[in-house]
Design a protein around this ligand. Sequence first.
Ligand code: NI
Length: 162
Amino acid sequence: MAIRNIREIGDAVLTKKCKEVKEVSERTLELIDDMFETMYEANGVGLAAPQVGILKRIVVIDTTGEDPIVLINPVILETSGEQTGQEGCLSVPGKYGIVTRPNYVKVAAYNEEMEPIEVEGTELLARALCHEIAHLEGQLYVELVEGGLKDVEPYEDEEYED
Ligand code: NI
């Protein structure tokens, strides 16, 4: 496993449409492991392959730290409801914005064995599913932000004060 370099907004790779995965090779499995490690190290809840420079339709998500989900060639089947809340992206560091998303999302995809799976989520998981699948189309959440991007307040800790 290895931590990969996270591409940031302005990098053309983040604006490209990703290709379908036809088979899961050893290299694909290594990529998936690396994506999890990179996401956890950056304290993210989701990461899409283009964010590490790979134009393949692969997403990893873990909204609780205990529920890793791999989605290969994911497709949104169903959405309902609405939620409006804060969203950020590891490719847009130091920023967040308010985005409205469906409150429920159902996705069809393949797992690492290329077996068909379905994943349903509400609230944060629904938001993560929409956000990560949009990355595969070359879309960033910044296009959907209401009221402009905001700066994350700098982390304050007494240890770092004089
Ligand atoms: Ni993102």
